[in-house]
Design a protein around this ligand. Structure first.
Ligand SMILES: [Cu+2]
Length: 135
């Protein structure tokens, strides 16, 4: 009984991955799925190769990272205000840290290549967004 549901979910994830390449509202989104050296972040520039992101000062630092498939990315709230790490609508996968208080830590494993945009639910309007590029 649970089988067909799980199967259709995985199809949905694959489909979303394709759509996500053009899902950003930024004017210049790289449509290249990212092979090797030429990765460009949604806001421009090259992604930083790291699996650790600091959540503080109403931003994610580094804002745009690149990891290899299978990596676990760790976000740590080093500030005081509560934030979240929440995948964008249309991202190839769905995650949500929920409220991440001071010293809070969130982990997520990125299994499949692609670009995952995320945001802080409370502060997206302040530009608190980030990107994980998975190779
Ligand atoms: Cu926030």
């Amino acid at each position: 009984m649970g089988y067909s549901r799980a199967f259709s979910l995985s199809i949905l994830l694959v489909g979303s991955l394709v759509l996500s390449a053009c899902g950003s509202s930024n004017s210049s989104t790289p449509s290249d799925s990212g092979t090797g050296s030429g990765l460009t972040c949604p806001k421009g520039g090259s992604p930083v190769a790291t699996t650790s992101v600091t959540v503080a000062d109403f931003s994610f630092t580094p804002e745009c990272i690149v990891v290899s498939a299978g990596s676990t990315v760790t976000w740590t709230n080093t500030g005081v205000p509560v934030h979240s790490v929440t995948s964008d609508t249309g991202a190839p996968l769905t995650f949500d840290s929920g409220p991440l208080g001071s010293a809070g830590v969130f982990h997520w494993i990125f299994d499949s290549p692609g670009t995952v945009n995320y945001h802080c639910t409370a502060h997206e309007s302040l530009g608190m967004v980030g990107t994980v590029m998975v190779q």
